[in-house]
Design a protein. Structure first.
Length: 170
């Protein structure tokens, strides 16, 4: 959950090239192709695109289901605090993302592909996700929409570093 890592990834990729690595798979984010080049995830994508000695697969999954249990969508005192409207998202399980990554390393190494965007099978709202979490856990869970500036304290309370919480405001 760091926001400034592009230089470290570039140094790693330099070492990978020296070691003879022919292909890498990079976990990016859905929609990051619309981000400015100084955003780390986008900067790494652009770096990969400039490299000629190494092929790559870029994965751009939708939001992870695990965000509800491990990161910034984790309920705090029974409330999921989000800076979103009522739109639906097809959240995806990290295990499905891992399966796609494994496939790119096994197959795409021979035949690189353009960035892959993928989602879960069913789009739901955060309010619907809260209802599902409540039904599974037996606890009261609701979703509360706030303006982005009000969401940061909740994300930090859920264990997200403050710098990353600020990035989520964008």
């Amino acid at each position: 959950m760091r926001t400034d890592f592009a230089d470290q990834v570039a140094a790693f990729l330099d070492l990978a090239q020296i070691a003879g690595v022919r292909h890498v798979t990079y976990l990016s984010a859905y929609g990051i192709d619309q981000a400015p080049p100084q955003v780390a995830l986008r900067a790494v994508e652009l770096d990969l695109n400039r490299r000629g000695a190494i092929t790559h697969s870029i994965l751009r999954p939708a939001w992870f289901m695990q965000n509800f249990s491990e990161t910034f969508l984790k309920p705090v005192d029974g409330v999921i605090t989000v800076p979103t409207a009522d739109g639906a998202e097809a959240f995806i399980d990290a295990e499905d993302i891992a399966a796609v990554a494994a496939e790119t390393l096994a197959v795409r190494m021979l035949m690189p592909a353009p960035p892959t965007r993928f989602t879960g099978s069913e789009a739901i709202t955060v309010s619907e996700a809260a209802q599902i979490i409540a039904a599974v856990t037996g606890e009261s869970v609701t979703a509360q929409r706030h303006r982005p500036r009000r969401v940061i304290p909740g994300t930090v309370a859920a264990g997200v570093p403050a710098e990353y919480g600020e990035m989520l405001r964008c």
